[in-house]
Design a protein around this ligand. Structure first.
Ligand code: ATP
Ligand code: MG
Length: 417
């Protein structure tokens, strides 16, 4: 039997990877413009890193992690998200000692044992960014502006930004017990997961998709009415900076995050186009995380976005690059000339394709069409003798006569915009 990939693990084929590269390159450009540097961390970490940071009562740690014991009896896990590993590295290499403010970004595969469906896989890919060392709401606003700029630059007007504040260890416990009292009277309406969360993490009931939970929590007290004065003024400032920069957003007081380490500002980029997989990017402040992992008390804020979902939103848009020129030959005698021309053009950065196998002229032209070449040229005995040929612009059939030299051809066929 033929071997196939593991369920929930996908191949990204060349026809799709153009779209992925467009996403990755745009992220690099926008993030580096904002002063972020790339950090690359391992995909495998000690399990304890994730249980200590993401939290034992979360879906990720409770049921989604790829955890195993390796041959040396070490308990290890394929990373389910990026922030924990980045912060582990941040502490381990004392990056805070080099600069009180650090701005880092990462991209790569993440692993969660989830039920595979459209927009949800077991190996998926995230691009994320983190700012550490800044309490000021300016950092929140810059990060949100950068995220907004990223989506604008890749050419999507969906998704839209939603923000919320989850308070801090000072005010959240009181809100949690207020919410718990509210839910107590409605506990029979909650789904089984939320009955359990009622004890461990009652805030999660607010974003549960089950109908009973949506109804039960309809009039629930809002976290925004229970912020301490520090959290309240932080959130007002974030909104003010967003207003000052003209960044569109809405407030979603029911947004909670599935990871325990979040404090204060939380946010999502949400789309209506992907069914229940509505969040394409998500993040927030994690002011307690670094110290929780054994580092100094340094605040942080960051986000991660899912490449698969962004690629789905980009849909059928064409991003694979087309050849500048396809060289066809009349016969075997011209293949040396064609090959040397192709070689010279490739060396000067022109994307060229030619027929490798001496096919008929008709089938060569079919291939030029299939590859969507911008120009084609046919080289026969006459062209070799005169050293000139007609270059055909495939879009409209315009023929342009030019010498068969790299210097003459390159500026003609190379895309200038
Ligand atoms: P969801 O509510 O959709 O499960 P999440 O809260 O688990 O999302 P995060 O941990 O915040 O997601 O991850 C950030 C982003 O990573 C998500 O917005 C999404 O785009 C993407 N993502 C998360 N899990 C998956 C997955 N299993 N497959 C594909 N993309 C994913
Ligand atoms: Mg999830």
């Amino acid at each position: 039997m033929a071997l196939t990939a593991v369920k929930g693990f996908n191949d990204i084929l060349p026809e799709e990877s153009g779209r992925w590269q467009h996403i990755e390159q745009t992220a690099r450009r926008v993030f580096e413009l904002n002063g972020f540097g790339e950090i690359r961390v391992p995909v495998l970490e000690k399990t304890e890193l994730f249980s200590r940071s993401i939290g034992d009562g979360t879906d990720i740690v409770e049921k989604e992690m790829y955890t195993f014991t390796d041959k040396g009896e070490n308990n290890v896990t394929l990373r389910p998200e990026g922030t924990a590993g980045v912060m582990r590295a941040f502490i381990e290499h004392k990056l805070y000692a080099l600069d009180p403010v650090s701005k880092l970004y990462y991209m790569g595969p993440m692993f969660r044992y989830e039920r595979p469906q459209k927009g949800r896989y077991r190996q998926f890919h995230q691009i994320g960014a983190e700012i550490t060392g800044v309490n000021d709401p300016l950092a929140d606003a810059q990060l949100l502006n950068m995220l907004t700029a990223f989506f604008r630059e890749i050419g999507l007007d969906e998704p839209t930004l939603q923000i919320n504040s989850l308070g801090c260890p000072e005010c959240r416990p009181a809100y949690r017990s207020t919410l718990r009292s509210f839910l107590e009277a409605r506990i029979d309406q909650l789904c089984d997961d939320c009955k359990r969360r009622f004890v461990s993490n009652p805030l999660r009931t607010l974003d549960c998709k089950a109908q009973g939970c949506i109804e039960a929590t309809a009039g629930a007290p809002s976290v925004l009415d229970h912020l301490c004065s520090g959290c309240d003024s932080h959130f007002s400032s974030v909104r003010r900076y967003l207003d000052l920069s003209g960044t569109p957003y809405s407030i979603n007081a029911r947004m909670v995050r599935g990871l325990d380490y979040y404090t204060r500002t939380t946010f999502e980029m949400v789309t209506g186009l992907l069914g229940s997989q509505s969040a394409v990017a998500a993040g927030g402040r994690y002011d307690g995380l670094i110290s929780q992992l054994g580092g100094p008390s340094i605040p942080g804020i960051g986000f991660a976005m899912g490449l698969e979902r962004i690629a789905l939103l980009l849909g059928a848009k064409e991003f694979s690059s087309q050849p500048d020129l396809f060289i066809a030959t009349m016969g075997a005698g011209e293949r040396d000339v064609a090959f040397c021309l192709m070689d010279g053009l490739l060396k000067s950065g022109v994307r060229v394709e030619m027929d490798y196998e001496g096919k008929s002229l008709k089938s060569q032209m079919r291939r030029a069409d299939k590859l969507n070449a911008r120009y084609s040229v046919v080289i026969g005995e006459n062209e070799v003798a005169s050293g000139r040929a007609a270059f055909k612009r495939m879009a409209d059939g315009l023929q342009i006569d030019a010498a068969l030299t790299v210097d003459a051809i390159a500026p003609l066929v190379r895309k200038t915009v």
